[in-house]
Write a protein that binds this ligand. Structure first.
Ligand code: COA
Length: 135
């Protein structure tokens, strides 16, 4: 998973993309990437990420990638970026469902999203990924 194999395909398959980058002077220290995609995007040869019939609208939102450089964590930057992501997603009136996919063992991120109101829906790929969705 790297920029070419993950970021570029996501950007291309999504209908709308939103990236916020945080800089300390000129140094990038974090970013959040969110997108809007047709729900069918999430059922492919790799995995079925969620039951498509549980989504009534045509498109879904996703907080897709999120990273703060370690020494900048726990000072509120992630919360600010999370809010910017949600505010952007909520501009799309015809979308009700937002997803976040967390890798197995990333308990800090899982707890972070749960404190922000997301709930665990299910696991996929033999528990390798936990699927979170908005309530
Ligand atoms: C998940 C991640 C983006 C959160 O970013 P962050 O900048 O640490 O987030 P915040 O500082 O806003 O919040 C984290 C916690 O730090 C603490 N915190 C926040 N501001 C604080 C402050 N001023 N003083 C003390 N503690 C503080 C709080 O406990 C806070 O949690 P809460 O707001 O839910 O109570 C970050 O940990 C990260 O990049 N992790 C590695 C990559 C990753 O796992 N990404 C997610 C992939 S799904």
């Amino acid at each position: 998973m790297n920029f070419e194999t993950r970021m570029i395909p996501s950007l291309k398959s999504a209908l709308h993309n939103h990236v916020v980058v945080v800089k300390d002077d000129d140094i990038p220290v974090g970013y959040v990437y969110s997108n809007i995609s047709p729900k069918e995007t999430y059922s492919n040869d790799f995995a079925t990420f969620f039951d498509l019939s549980s989504v009534h609208r045509v498109q879904v939102g996703c907080l897709s990638q999120f990273f703060i450089r370690e020494e900048y964590r726990k000072s509120g930057i992630g919360s600010r970026l999370f809010d910017l992501s949600m505010n952007w997603l909520q501009q799309f009136d015809d979308i009700d469902d937002y997803f976040i996919f967390v890798s197995n063992g990333n308990d800090d991120a899982l707890a972070f999203y749960q404190r922000k109101g997301f709930v665990i829906s299910h696991e996929i790929l033999d528990g390798f990924i936990t699927v979170l969705r908005n309530q």
